[in-house]
Design a protein around this ligand. Structure first.
Ligand SMILES: O=C(O)c1ccccc1N[C@@H]1O[C@H](COP(=O)(O)O)[C@@H](O)[C@H]1O
Length: 200
């Protein structure tokens, strides 16, 4: 089970995610209580070992804006929320970064359909912490896809069982308040996601 911890803003929380065994860490460079400047993302990303993917998160920015911020942040992946056409992913391909497409359950459920490397199937309002009907997508997405939206340490096993994703992505569920991550919750989330064995 691939695990991404998103919306990190402090070195201690990045370290907690890495030490807990997260596969990817996210830095939000778009409008959000978790937004940080690309320069801070660069500092945080510099402390992340190469086996952990560093991801810059965007929502609705143009390819040129994404390109500039991602290069400044020095990340290895960009995550695009919103209704981006295929051309936007094609325009970013030359960066050599992992491309992540994020959309709701009504978006195209096939990873790679827009030229992306990873897919996130999320709640209608990304970063809201609101659970949704995870079981509704079971069997629909294909390829390397992560489930997101309202996950937390207490429900992630149930969510995995319901949707059967390749991975999971969390932001609000490892916080004590919007934007305030908690190292203990990060550790609990990774352990719960990895311990989850879907029922047959
Ligand atoms: O985390 C944010 O604040 C955010 C803002 C704008 C776009 C995406 C954002 N994060 C992504 O949203 C989900 C997590 O949602 P939740 O808070 O756990 O319910 C995940 O895909 C994050 O990468």
């Amino acid at each position: 089970m691939y695990v991404k911890i998103c919306g990190l803003r402090e070195p201690g929380h990045v370290a907690a995610a890495v030490e807990a065994g997260a596969d990817a860490v996210g830095f939000v460079l778009t409008r959000s209580p978790r937004r940080i400047a690309p320069a801070l993302a660069r500092e945080l990303a510099a402390a992340v070992p190469p086996h952990v993917l560093t991801v810059a998160v965007f929502a609705g920015e143009s390819p040129d804006e994404v390109r500039a911020a991602a290069l400044e942040a020095g990340v290895r992946a960009v995550q695009l929320h919103g209704d981006h056409p295929r051309e936007d992913f094609a325009a970013l391909r030359d960066l050599g970064l992992t491309l992540v497409r994020a959309g709701s359950a009504s978006a195209d459920p096939h990873c790679g359909a827009f030229g992306e490397d990873l897919l996130i199937v999320d709640a209608p309002r990304p970063g809201s912490g609101e659970p949704w009907d995870w079981a509704a997508v079971r069997g629909r997405p294909t390829g390397r896809w992560m489930l997101a939206g309202g996950l937390d340490p207490a429900n992630v096993a149930e969510a995995i069982d319901a949707a059967r994703p390749w991975g999971v992505d969390v932001s609000s569920g490892v916080e004590t308040a919007p934007g305030m991550k908690d190292a203990g919750l990060i550790r609990e989330f990774v352990a719960a996601a990895r311990g989850a064995v879907p029922a047959r």
